[in-house]
Design a protein around this ligand. Sequence first.
Ligand SMILES: Cc1ncc(COP(=O)(O)O)c(C=O)c1O
Length: 421
Amino acid sequence: MDALAADFAAELDRQDELAPFRDEFVSAEPGLIYLDGNSLGRLPRRAAERVRAAVEDEWGRRLIRGWNEGWFTAARRLGAQIAGLIGAGADDVIVSDSTSVNFFKLAAAALAARPGRRVIVTDDLNFPSDLYLLQGVARLLNQGHTLRVVHSPDGLSVPLEALAAAVQPDTALVALSHVAYRSGFLYDLPAVTALTQAAGALMLWDLSHSAGAVPVDLAAANVDLAVGCTYKYLNGGPGAPAYLYVRGDWQAELLNPIWGWFGQRDQFAMAPDYAPAPGLERFLVGTPPVLSLTAIEAGVELVRAAGLERLRAKSVRLSQYLLTLWQAWLEPLGVTLNSPADPARRGSHVALGHPDGWRINRALIESMHVIPDFRPPDSIRLGLAPLYTSFADVHEALRRFRQVLAEGRHAAYPAGRPAVT
Ligand SMILES: Cc1ncc(COP(=O)(O)O)c(C=O)c1O
Protein backbone atom coordinates (compact mmCIF):
# COMPACT_ATOMS: atom_id res chain seq x y z
CA MET A 1 0.00 0.00 0.00
CA ASP A 2 1.18 3.55 -0.76
CA ALA A 3 2.24 5.15 2.55
CA LEU A 4 1.35 8.57 1.15
CA ALA A 5 -2.24 7.67 0.26
CA ALA A 6 -5.19 8.61 2.46
CA ASP A 7 -6.21 4.93 2.53
CA PHE A 8 -3.00 4.12 4.32
CA ALA A 9 -3.84 6.53 7.15
CA ALA A 10 -7.35 5.07 7.33
CA GLU A 11 -5.88 1.59 7.67
CA LEU A 12 -3.57 2.74 10.48
CA ASP A 13 -6.60 4.18 12.25
CA ARG A 14 -8.48 0.89 11.84
CA GLN A 15 -5.60 -0.92 13.51
CA ASP A 16 -5.36 1.63 16.35
CA GLU A 17 -6.71 0.14 19.57
CA LEU A 18 -6.84 3.61 21.18
CA ALA A 19 -9.09 5.00 18.42
CA PRO A 20 -12.29 4.71 20.52
CA PHE A 21 -10.91 7.29 22.99
CA ARG A 22 -11.43 9.99 20.37
CA ASP A 23 -15.17 9.88 21.06
CA GLU A 24 -14.52 10.73 24.70
CA PHE A 25 -13.67 14.28 23.62
CA VAL A 26 -15.85 17.13 22.43
CA SER A 27 -15.32 17.75 18.74
CA ALA A 28 -17.44 20.79 18.05
CA GLU A 29 -16.14 21.77 14.60
CA PRO A 30 -16.27 19.17 11.86
CA GLY A 31 -13.21 19.26 9.63
CA LEU A 32 -11.02 21.01 12.19
CA ILE A 33 -7.68 19.29 12.70
CA TYR A 34 -6.45 20.08 16.17
CA LEU A 35 -2.71 19.64 16.61
CA ASP A 36 -2.24 21.79 19.69
CA GLY A 37 -3.06 19.26 22.40
CA ASN A 38 0.54 19.69 23.56
CA SER A 39 -0.46 23.19 24.63
CA LEU A 40 -4.13 22.90 25.56
CA GLY A 41 -5.74 19.46 25.47
CA ARG A 42 -9.26 18.95 24.13
CA LEU A 43 -12.31 19.01 26.40
CA PRO A 44 -13.26 15.53 27.66
CA ARG A 45 -17.05 15.05 27.49
CA ARG A 46 -17.09 13.76 31.05
CA ALA A 47 -15.23 16.88 32.26
CA ALA A 48 -18.00 19.09 30.89
CA GLU A 49 -20.57 17.04 32.79
CA ARG A 50 -18.58 17.06 36.03
CA VAL A 51 -17.98 20.78 35.96
CA ARG A 52 -21.70 21.29 35.40
CA ALA A 53 -22.43 19.08 38.40
CA ALA A 54 -19.81 20.85 40.51
CA VAL A 55 -21.37 24.23 39.71
CA GLU A 56 -25.03 23.32 40.01
CA ASP A 57 -25.10 20.51 42.55
CA GLU A 58 -22.05 21.15 44.71
CA TRP A 59 -21.68 24.92 44.68
CA GLY A 60 -25.34 25.60 43.92
CA ARG A 61 -26.90 23.28 46.48
CA ARG A 62 -24.28 22.26 48.99
CA LEU A 63 -22.65 25.69 49.33
CA ILE A 64 -19.88 25.78 51.92
CA ARG A 65 -20.66 22.23 53.03
CA GLY A 66 -18.86 21.23 49.82
CA TRP A 67 -15.52 21.71 51.55
CA ASN A 68 -16.20 18.71 53.77
CA GLU A 69 -17.73 16.72 50.93
CA GLY A 70 -14.67 16.40 48.72
CA TRP A 71 -13.33 19.86 47.91
CA PHE A 72 -10.85 19.93 50.75
CA THR A 73 -9.28 16.61 49.83
CA ALA A 74 -9.36 17.10 46.04
CA ALA A 75 -5.73 18.28 45.80
CA ARG A 76 -4.54 15.06 47.44
CA ARG A 77 -6.99 12.80 45.62
CA LEU A 78 -6.01 14.17 42.22
CA GLY A 79 -2.35 14.12 43.18
CA ALA A 80 -2.62 10.40 43.91
CA GLN A 81 -4.20 9.81 40.50
CA ILE A 82 -1.52 11.80 38.70
CA ALA A 83 1.15 9.98 40.72
CA GLY A 84 0.10 6.81 38.92
CA LEU A 85 1.00 8.43 35.59
CA ILE A 86 4.49 9.57 36.59
CA GLY A 87 5.71 6.61 38.61
CA ALA A 88 5.36 8.33 41.98
CA GLY A 89 3.95 7.14 45.29
CA ALA A 90 0.36 8.20 45.96
CA ASP A 91 1.52 10.40 48.87
CA ASP A 92 4.24 12.13 46.89
CA VAL A 93 2.17 14.24 44.48
CA ILE A 94 -0.27 17.05 45.21
CA VAL A 95 -2.16 19.46 42.95
CA SER A 96 -1.79 23.18 43.56
CA ASP A 97 -1.15 26.56 41.99
CA SER A 98 0.39 26.92 38.53
CA THR A 99 3.43 25.09 37.19
CA SER A 100 5.41 28.31 37.52
CA VAL A 101 4.51 28.82 41.18
CA ASN A 102 5.24 25.18 42.02
CA PHE A 103 8.57 25.41 40.23
CA PHE A 104 9.46 28.47 42.30
CA LYS A 105 8.51 26.74 45.55
CA LEU A 106 10.54 23.63 44.83
CA ALA A 107 13.57 25.45 43.40
CA ALA A 108 13.77 27.68 46.48
CA ALA A 109 13.33 24.68 48.80
CA ALA A 110 16.09 22.79 46.99
CA LEU A 111 18.58 25.66 47.19
CA ALA A 112 17.99 25.96 50.93
CA ALA A 113 18.81 22.25 51.25
CA ARG A 114 22.29 22.79 49.70
CA PRO A 115 23.49 25.90 51.57
CA GLY A 116 27.16 25.60 50.60
CA ARG A 117 26.51 25.47 46.87
CA ARG A 118 25.72 28.40 44.62
CA VAL A 119 25.19 27.10 41.06
CA ILE A 120 21.92 26.18 39.36
CA VAL A 121 22.31 24.16 36.16
CA THR A 122 19.71 24.37 33.41
CA ASP A 123 19.75 24.57 29.59
CA ASP A 124 18.82 27.03 26.88
CA LEU A 125 16.05 24.77 25.58
CA ASN A 126 14.14 25.23 28.82
CA PHE A 127 10.76 26.93 28.98
CA PRO A 128 11.21 30.69 29.52
CA SER A 129 9.10 30.75 32.68
CA ASP A 130 11.42 28.20 34.30
CA LEU A 131 14.47 30.28 33.38
CA TYR A 132 12.86 33.46 34.70
CA LEU A 133 11.90 31.73 37.92
CA LEU A 134 15.43 30.48 38.49
CA GLN A 135 16.78 33.98 37.84
CA GLY A 136 14.19 35.39 40.25
CA VAL A 137 14.90 32.88 43.00
CA ALA A 138 18.62 33.58 42.75
CA ARG A 139 18.01 37.30 43.03
CA LEU A 140 15.53 36.98 45.87
CA LEU A 141 17.86 34.80 47.93
CA ASN A 142 20.64 37.33 47.41
CA GLN A 143 23.30 34.77 48.33
CA GLY A 144 25.28 34.83 45.09
CA HIS A 145 23.51 31.98 43.27
CA THR A 146 24.21 31.92 39.54
CA LEU A 147 22.76 30.01 36.60
CA ARG A 148 24.96 27.76 34.49
CA VAL A 149 22.94 27.46 31.28
CA VAL A 150 24.05 24.57 29.11
CA HIS A 151 23.95 25.56 25.46
CA SER A 152 22.27 23.33 22.90
CA PRO A 153 24.70 23.14 19.98
CA ASP A 154 21.98 22.51 17.37
CA GLY A 155 19.08 24.29 19.07
CA LEU A 156 17.24 20.97 19.22
CA SER A 157 18.93 18.82 21.85
CA VAL A 158 21.58 18.77 24.56
CA PRO A 159 24.24 16.03 24.58
CA LEU A 160 24.41 14.18 27.88
CA GLU A 161 28.16 14.84 28.06
CA ALA A 162 27.63 18.61 27.87
CA LEU A 163 25.21 18.44 30.74
CA ALA A 164 27.45 16.14 32.76
CA ALA A 165 30.36 18.57 32.30
CA ALA A 166 28.24 21.40 33.74
CA VAL A 167 27.23 19.59 36.91
CA GLN A 168 30.06 20.19 39.37
CA PRO A 169 30.66 20.04 43.12
CA ASP A 170 29.43 23.68 43.24
CA THR A 171 26.01 22.68 41.86
CA ALA A 172 23.04 22.86 44.21
CA LEU A 173 20.26 22.16 41.74
CA VAL A 174 19.73 20.87 38.21
CA ALA A 175 16.39 22.00 36.76
CA LEU A 176 15.33 20.84 33.30
CA SER A 177 12.29 20.12 31.18
CA HIS A 178 11.93 16.41 30.51
CA VAL A 179 10.64 17.27 27.02
CA ALA A 180 11.78 20.60 25.55
CA TYR A 181 8.84 22.84 24.70
CA ARG A 182 10.04 23.85 21.24
CA SER A 183 11.97 20.97 19.68
CA GLY A 184 10.35 18.14 21.64
CA PHE A 185 13.79 16.85 22.70
CA LEU A 186 13.38 14.15 25.36
CA TYR A 187 16.05 13.92 28.03
CA ASP A 188 17.26 10.61 29.42
CA LEU A 189 15.64 11.27 32.79
CA PRO A 190 17.26 8.43 34.78
CA ALA A 191 20.76 9.21 33.43
CA VAL A 192 20.53 12.95 34.12
CA THR A 193 19.08 12.36 37.57
CA ALA A 194 21.86 9.92 38.40
CA LEU A 195 24.67 12.23 37.33
CA THR A 196 23.08 15.13 39.21
CA GLN A 197 22.81 13.18 42.42
CA ALA A 198 26.31 11.73 42.00
CA ALA A 199 27.53 15.35 42.14
CA GLY A 200 25.51 15.93 45.32
CA ALA A 201 22.89 18.19 43.72
CA LEU A 202 19.10 17.95 43.70
CA MET A 203 17.16 17.20 40.51
CA LEU A 204 14.01 19.11 39.58
CA TRP A 205 12.15 17.97 36.46
CA ASP A 206 9.43 19.89 34.65
CA LEU A 207 7.15 17.20 33.24
CA SER A 208 4.69 19.54 31.52
CA HIS A 209 5.38 18.23 28.02
CA SER A 210 5.79 14.58 28.92
CA ALA A 211 3.18 13.58 31.51
CA GLY A 212 0.31 11.84 29.80
CA ALA A 213 2.20 11.10 26.58
CA VAL A 214 5.61 9.77 27.62
CA PRO A 215 6.02 7.20 30.40
CA VAL A 216 7.79 8.68 33.43
CA ASP A 217 9.04 6.68 36.41
CA LEU A 218 10.11 9.13 39.08
CA ALA A 219 10.48 6.50 41.79
CA ALA A 220 12.66 4.18 39.70
CA ALA A 221 14.96 7.09 38.88
CA ASN A 222 14.89 8.31 42.51
CA VAL A 223 14.04 11.84 41.33
CA ASP A 224 14.07 14.45 44.09
CA LEU A 225 11.52 16.95 42.80
CA ALA A 226 9.17 17.48 39.86
CA VAL A 227 6.41 19.76 38.65
CA GLY A 228 4.06 19.63 35.70
CA CYS A 229 0.92 21.09 34.24
CA THR A 230 -2.43 19.41 33.76
CA TYR A 231 -3.81 21.28 30.76
CA LYS A 232 -1.70 19.70 28.01
CA TYR A 233 -1.78 15.91 27.57
CA LEU A 234 -3.80 15.52 30.78
CA ASN A 235 -6.66 17.59 29.30
CA GLY A 236 -7.47 19.46 32.53
CA GLY A 237 -8.65 22.66 30.85
CA PRO A 238 -7.34 26.22 30.44
CA GLY A 239 -5.53 27.41 33.54
CA ALA A 240 -6.09 24.13 35.37
CA PRO A 241 -3.91 23.92 38.48
CA ALA A 242 -0.58 22.12 38.26
CA TYR A 243 1.01 19.41 40.39
CA LEU A 244 4.20 19.01 42.31
CA TYR A 245 6.14 15.95 43.43
CA VAL A 246 8.51 15.76 46.39
CA ARG A 247 10.22 12.44 47.10
CA GLY A 248 9.05 10.98 50.40
CA ASP A 249 12.30 11.36 52.31
CA TRP A 250 12.50 15.08 51.43
CA GLN A 251 9.02 15.93 52.60
CA ALA A 252 9.84 16.53 56.25
CA GLU A 253 13.00 18.47 55.44
CA LEU A 254 12.20 20.82 52.57
CA LEU A 255 10.30 24.01 53.26
CA ASN A 256 7.85 25.86 51.06
CA PRO A 257 9.10 29.45 50.74
CA ILE A 258 5.50 30.71 50.57
CA TRP A 259 3.91 30.28 53.97
CA GLY A 260 0.15 30.18 53.55
CA TRP A 261 -2.63 28.70 55.65
CA PHE A 262 -3.16 25.66 53.42
CA GLY A 263 0.44 24.66 54.20
CA GLN A 264 -0.04 25.09 57.93
CA ARG A 265 -0.12 22.17 60.36
CA ASP A 266 -3.66 21.86 61.77
CA GLN A 267 -4.88 24.65 59.53
CA PHE A 268 -8.21 25.29 61.23
CA ALA A 269 -6.66 25.77 64.66
CA MET A 270 -5.96 29.23 63.21
CA ALA A 271 -2.72 29.57 65.19
CA PRO A 272 -0.93 32.90 64.69
CA ASP A 273 2.52 31.40 63.92
CA TYR A 274 3.42 29.26 60.94
CA ALA A 275 4.28 25.60 61.50
CA PRO A 276 4.53 23.52 58.33
CA ALA A 277 2.18 20.59 57.80
CA PRO A 278 4.03 17.31 58.26
CA GLY A 279 3.56 15.92 54.74
CA LEU A 280 3.19 17.25 51.24
CA GLU A 281 0.42 19.67 52.29
CA ARG A 282 3.19 22.01 53.42
CA PHE A 283 3.67 22.83 49.74
CA LEU A 284 0.14 24.18 49.43
CA VAL A 285 -0.44 27.90 49.85
CA GLY A 286 -4.05 29.10 49.65
CA THR A 287 -7.58 28.07 48.71
CA PRO A 288 -7.60 25.87 45.58
CA PRO A 289 -9.74 26.65 42.51
CA VAL A 290 -12.31 23.92 43.08
CA LEU A 291 -14.08 24.18 39.73
CA SER A 292 -10.81 23.81 37.85
CA LEU A 293 -9.78 20.91 40.06
CA THR A 294 -13.03 19.20 39.14
CA ALA A 295 -12.21 19.40 35.44
CA ILE A 296 -8.83 17.70 35.84
CA GLU A 297 -10.14 14.38 37.10
CA ALA A 298 -11.84 13.35 33.86
CA GLY A 299 -8.79 13.90 31.68
CA VAL A 300 -6.50 12.07 34.07
CA GLU A 301 -8.94 9.15 34.18
CA LEU A 302 -8.84 8.83 30.38
CA VAL A 303 -5.04 8.79 30.31
CA ARG A 304 -5.03 6.12 33.02
CA ALA A 305 -7.59 4.04 31.13
CA ALA A 306 -5.57 4.17 27.91
CA GLY A 307 -2.30 3.36 29.69
CA LEU A 308 0.99 5.12 29.12
CA GLU A 309 2.72 2.30 27.30
CA ARG A 310 -0.03 2.22 24.69
CA LEU A 311 -0.15 6.01 24.49
CA ARG A 312 3.59 6.22 23.96
CA ALA A 313 3.54 3.48 21.31
CA LYS A 314 0.82 5.32 19.39
CA SER A 315 2.54 8.67 19.81
CA VAL A 316 5.73 7.26 18.26
CA ARG A 317 3.76 5.70 15.39
CA LEU A 318 2.01 9.04 14.75
CA SER A 319 5.23 11.03 14.77
CA GLN A 320 7.08 8.55 12.57
CA TYR A 321 4.20 8.66 10.12
CA LEU A 322 4.33 12.46 10.20
CA LEU A 323 8.03 12.34 9.37
CA THR A 324 7.38 10.07 6.38
CA LEU A 325 4.93 12.61 5.00
CA TRP A 326 7.21 15.56 5.83
CA GLN A 327 10.06 13.93 3.95
CA ALA A 328 7.95 13.24 0.89
CA TRP A 329 5.92 16.44 0.73
CA LEU A 330 7.46 19.24 2.76
CA GLU A 331 11.20 18.77 2.88
CA PRO A 332 11.44 19.33 -0.89
CA LEU A 333 9.61 22.67 -0.31
CA GLY A 334 12.22 23.91 2.18
CA VAL A 335 10.62 22.76 5.45
CA THR A 336 13.18 21.51 7.98
CA LEU A 337 12.80 19.05 10.81
CA ASN A 338 13.30 21.07 14.01
CA SER A 339 12.95 18.06 16.31
CA PRO A 340 15.28 15.15 16.98
CA ALA A 341 14.88 12.53 14.25
CA ASP A 342 15.25 9.63 16.70
CA PRO A 343 11.84 8.90 18.29
CA ALA A 344 13.59 7.65 21.44
CA ARG A 345 14.81 11.24 21.98
CA ARG A 346 11.53 12.96 21.11
CA GLY A 347 8.36 13.64 23.09
CA SER A 348 4.92 13.79 21.49
CA HIS A 349 5.18 16.86 19.31
CA VAL A 350 7.15 17.49 16.15
CA ALA A 351 8.49 20.91 15.20
CA LEU A 352 8.84 21.80 11.52
CA GLY A 353 10.85 24.84 10.50
CA HIS A 354 10.51 27.40 7.74
CA PRO A 355 11.70 31.02 7.49
CA ASP A 356 8.03 31.96 6.90
CA GLY A 357 6.88 29.73 9.75
CA TRP A 358 4.81 32.43 11.41
CA ARG A 359 2.80 33.15 8.25
CA ILE A 360 2.39 29.47 7.37
CA ASN A 361 1.02 28.88 10.85
CA ARG A 362 -1.51 31.71 10.37
CA ALA A 363 -2.50 30.36 6.95
CA LEU A 364 -3.04 26.88 8.39
CA ILE A 365 -5.24 28.23 11.18
CA GLU A 366 -7.18 30.85 9.25
CA SER A 367 -7.60 29.32 5.83
CA MET A 368 -7.00 25.59 6.21
CA HIS A 369 -8.80 24.61 9.41
CA VAL A 370 -5.66 23.17 10.99
CA ILE A 371 -4.50 24.33 14.43
CA PRO A 372 -0.82 23.86 15.20
CA ASP A 373 1.17 26.59 16.98
CA PHE A 374 4.26 28.65 16.35
CA ARG A 375 7.34 29.16 18.48
CA PRO A 376 10.03 31.63 17.48
CA PRO A 377 12.19 31.87 15.58
CA ASP A 378 10.77 29.53 12.93
CA SER A 379 9.11 26.44 14.42
CA ILE A 380 5.60 25.24 13.71
CA ARG A 381 4.77 22.72 16.42
CA LEU A 382 2.48 19.83 15.58
CA GLY A 383 1.20 18.23 18.77
CA LEU A 384 0.23 14.58 18.53
CA ALA A 385 -2.05 13.77 21.45
CA PRO A 386 -2.36 10.01 21.21
CA LEU A 387 -5.72 9.91 23.01
CA TYR A 388 -7.47 11.67 20.16
CA THR A 389 -5.13 12.50 17.28
CA SER A 390 -5.73 10.14 14.37
CA PHE A 391 -3.44 9.07 11.53
CA ALA A 392 -6.00 10.63 9.17
CA ASP A 393 -5.53 13.94 11.04
CA VAL A 394 -1.80 13.77 10.42
CA HIS A 395 -2.24 12.90 6.76
CA GLU A 396 -4.76 15.63 6.09
CA ALA A 397 -2.86 18.28 8.09
CA LEU A 398 0.34 17.67 6.15
CA ARG A 399 -1.55 17.61 2.87
CA ARG A 400 -3.01 21.05 3.74
CA PHE A 401 0.44 22.25 4.86
CA ARG A 402 1.81 21.29 1.46
CA GLN A 403 -1.09 23.07 -0.22
CA VAL A 404 -0.36 26.30 1.70
CA LEU A 405 3.21 26.26 0.40
CA ALA A 406 2.33 25.12 -3.10
CA GLU A 407 -0.28 27.88 -3.50
CA GLY A 408 1.73 30.48 -1.57
CA ARG A 409 -1.27 31.08 0.71
CA HIS A 410 0.93 32.24 3.56
CA ALA A 411 1.96 35.30 1.53
CA ALA A 412 -1.46 36.80 2.33
CA TYR A 413 -0.65 37.04 6.05
CA PRO A 414 1.43 39.75 7.73
CA ALA A 415 4.83 38.79 9.01
CA GLY A 416 4.31 40.48 12.43
CA ARG A 417 3.31 38.52 15.49
CA PRO A 418 0.52 39.75 17.83
CA ALA A 419 1.14 39.77 21.57
CA VAL A 420 -0.63 36.48 22.37
CA THR A 421 -0.19 33.30 20.37
C1 LIG B 1 7.48 23.26 30.21
C2 LIG B 1 6.62 24.31 30.81
N1 LIG B 1 6.88 24.75 32.04
C3 LIG B 1 6.13 25.71 32.62
C4 LIG B 1 5.06 26.26 31.97
C5 LIG B 1 4.29 27.36 32.64
O1 LIG B 1 3.09 26.87 33.11
P1 LIG B 1 2.10 27.81 33.92
O2 LIG B 1 1.72 28.93 33.01
O3 LIG B 1 0.94 26.91 34.21
O4 LIG B 1 2.78 28.28 35.12
C6 LIG B 1 4.72 25.81 30.69
C7 LIG B 1 3.57 26.39 29.97
O5 LIG B 1 3.24 26.07 28.88
C8 LIG B 1 5.53 24.83 30.08
O6 LIG B 1 5.28 24.40 28.85
